[in-house]
Design a protein around this ligand. Structure first.
Ligand code: MN
Length: 715
């Protein structure tokens, strides 16, 4: 076990300014807190945080991070609280410990590979501060090194899988190759012991067979290079079992074909020497095509730089060769931490040896650099996303601000359509509840539930929004279909005809429609009148009944149409002025109206009692006194907006729309705003001639037995 003064010395070696007392206090606190707890290995538990701290000194991390490493399991596994940590070690350490604790609570379910990338993002999002991620990686590395002490094979498997899918790729992403390799190898051994054994056995065989190939290759390579005045440092190493396995998978080669298990690394003094070395190697031994990579001129995203090539080398052996400078080598093995060792030279006194953290962030975020470093080690990555879990542990990633309904639709459209509520982390929440990172969300469903148009006001994902709209549209179609059918049934009855679907179906082609349902919808929407339908089916029929000619349906009401239609019939305007009817009060001919000049837009026409005018009373002198002009012979239609409360019963909506149609109104828009078991409210835009026409329709609607109240909607 590392002793207290040894740990302090390890940190002081690269940071003479470090707060020694902080390290000492954290050491003692953690040791006491873990007390007599032991690890699966039988070692005292405290050996674990201590080893983690040791790993982090290898990355030359600051005092706060080392203290965090010492304390990282105290909140989760002992009686210590985060408040205590904050009091004793300050905000920064407390925040870091809290971050690591939260990460440790996540259990990533086995067989999650499909979602691995999501989980990696999740870990990054949860890390907040890059140092949290580094402590977590060091923690994982030590747990992997001691994995074999765990007896439960399922637990070992889960930890290994998590390491392979989440943590090793994260280590790779930040350029910590050495850590990545070690994590992968231990995980590989656990996850695929047969493959691991076969590869190591094959490697042992090749080692015996090939004799001391390593020494031969090294001596031949250095002889060749020295002829050109290059003094290389050459080392040979066996590749790691997992990297061989990956190569076998990638190139579909068998164990028997496996020959190049040796890799050689040539370290030279500078970049020109790298390319010179490459030329000499390629000149002397035949290169294997498609294996050449120049990561010096185009570094990898994680700053990895090196030249890779494979040749049929000395002794006709296939060998892989990496050529790089010492600096590139250190960075490749240790990550950016090493980079700054070069930039800083010897010991620096201003703390700037931690600049590498900032550089690491830049690699991760590939964004502009923050001014200060330790205060700015926050990971902004994926901060615009929240990651939530289903009860089964599936991870759903959503944009920040997403609600329970967004989550439900992200799981499945059916789940969204039938969602009535949710439990977040076991607690009941309303549908508009916004989700936080790491929330576990259980959606409560009911077969009776239907999506409400109101949901649209709080959902933020496109998927939820379009599903809700689609549902409401279909719902409206259903209503129109019911309405159309009942209009036709009634018309048949009035003409003393038996209602039947066959003649209607036979006539579909004459209306250029495909389905009977579409015909009903056309009738329901007023696109076709029942008279037209009857005449088509029974040519020459004499219509006895009193069928209103429903005004031809007008397309979706849009502002442009409104402007065109109403440029004429208003008095009191300067010619050429743009006019808009305000959509807060929807003025109709017959309403008392005023105009308000909106800079850059023209005149906005409101009813005199419009609530929107109250806010503008101060500018009253700018109001225009307007009046409607008498209607021409070819009347225009205007949209009046009604709000209705009606009984929620079968055919209620159909009945009401029939009333509107019978009074020659045309419904241009219909929106159900709330629906509960007994009542529903909806808004209806009705195209009418004037306010008198609208009043007639309202009166007729009030006479309908299903209607509780009707009012004109203003604002
Ligand atoms: Mn731990």
């Amino acid at each position: 076990m590392i002793r207290q003064f040894e740990l302090v010395e390890m940190v002081r070696a690269y940071d003479p300014q470090v707060d020694e007392s902080l390290l000492n206090r954290a050491y003692v606190f953690s040791m006491k807190a873990h007390g007599s707890q032991t690890r699966a290995s039988g070692d005292p538990y405290f050996s674990h945080p201590l080893e983690v701290a040791g790993i982090l000194t290898g990355m030359r991390l600051d005092g706060d991070t080392i203290a965090t490493a010492l304390l990282h399991d105290t909140v989760e596994d002992t009686v210590a609280t985060i408040e205590e940590i904050e009091e004793l070690f300050g905000d920064n350490v407390a925040r870091l410990v809290d971050g690591v604790t939260k990460l440790s609570r996540i259990e990533i379910p086995a067989e999650s590979h499909v979602q691995a990338e999501n989980f990696r993002k999740f870990v990054l999002a949860m890390s907040n501060d890059i140092r949290v991620l580094l402590v977590k990686l060091a923690d994982r590395l030590h747990n992997m090194r001691t994995l074999h002490h765990i007896d439960d094979p399922e637990k070992r498997h889960r930890i290994a899988l998590e390491t392979m899918e989440i943590y090793a790729p994260l280590a790779e992403r930040i350029g910590m190759r050495e850590m990545q390799d070690e994590l992968e190898d231990i995980a590989f051994r656990e996850l695929n012991p047969e493959a691991y054994e076969s590869i190591t056995a094959r490697m042992a065989f090749l080692r015996k067979e090939g004799g001391n190939i390593e020494r031969t290759v090294i001596s031949q390579l250095s002889k060749a290079l020295k002829e050109f005045g290059i003094k290389p440092k050459i080392s040979g190493r066996e590749k790691r079992p997992y990297s061989i396995w990956k190569k076998m998978e990638r190139y579909h080669i068998s164990f028997e074909q496996l020959t190049d298990v040796m890799a050689f690394r040539i370290i030279v003094k500078d970049i020109p020497a790298c390319y010179q070395t490459l030329g000499i190697v390629h000149g002397k031994w035949p290169m294997i095509p498609d294996r050449f990579k120049d990561y010096i001129s185009t570094p990898k995203g994680n700053n990895y730089r090196s030249i890779h090539t494979s040749v049929i080398g000395p002794e006709r052996q296939r060998i892989e060769i990496q050529i790089r400078t010492q600096e590139m080598h250190d960075i490749a093995e240790l990550g950016v931490a090493a980079h700054w060792k070069y930039k800083q030279g010897a010991k620096s006194m201003d703390g700037s040896q931690y600049r590498w953290l900032r550089e690491l962030l830049e690699i991760l975020e590939q964004a502009s650099s923050p001014e200060e470093f330790l205060e700015h080690t926050k990971l902004a990555m994926f901060q615009d996303q929240v990651f939530c879990f289903t009860p089964k542990g599936d991870l759903i990633s959503l944009p920040r601000g997403s609600t329970v309904v967004d989550f439900a639709y992200a799981v499945h459209t059916d789940v969204g359509d039938s969602c009535v509520g949710a439990k977040v982390n076991g607690r009941m929440v309303p549908l508009r509840h916004q989700l936080q990172n790491g929330d576990q969300v259980e959606i409560l469903r009911s077969e009776a539930q239907r999506p409400s148009p109101r949901w649209e006001s709080f959902v933020i994902t496109g998927k939820a929004r379009s599903a809700i709209r689609r549902f409401v549209r279909n719902r409206q179609r259903e209503e129109y279909q019911l309405l159309g059918r009942s209009i036709l049934e009634k018309a048949f009855q009035q003409e003393e005809l038996d209602f039947a679907e066959e003649p209607l179906t036979d006539a579909l082609s004459k209306f250029r429609l495909e389905k009977l349902g579409d015909l009903y919808i056309h009738v329901g929407q007023g696109l076709l009148s029942e008279t037209q339908v009857l005449r088509t089916i029974f040519p020459g029929i004499e219509i006895k009944g009193d069928h209103f000619a429903i005004p031809p349906a007008i397309r979706e009401w849009d502002a442009e149409d409104v402007d065109k239609r109403h440029a004429v019939p208003i008095k009191g305007l300067t010619p050429g002025m743009a006019v808009h009817l305000a959509d807060c009060c929807n003025p109709l001919p017959g309403d008392r109206i005023v105009g308000v000049i909106e800079p850059g837009q023209g005149v906005m026409v409101h009813t005199i009692d419009c609530e929107a005018l109250a806010d503008q009373s101060e500018t009253q002198e700018g109001w225009l006194d307007l009046a409607w002009q008498p209607q021409s012979e070819k009347p225009d239609f205007y949209a009046g907006r009604l709000k209705l409360l009606a009984a929620n019963e079968a055919g209620a909506l159909a009945g009401m729309t029939t009333v509107v149609a019978k009074h020659s109104g045309n419904i241009s828009n219909l929106k159900i705003t709330t629906r509960d078991p007994d009542f529903f409210t909806f808004e209806m835009d009705v195209e009418v001639l004037d306010v008198k026409h609208l009043t007639q329709i309202m009166t007729a609607l009030r006479a309908n037995h299903a209607v509780t109240s009707v009012e004109r909607l203003r604002g």
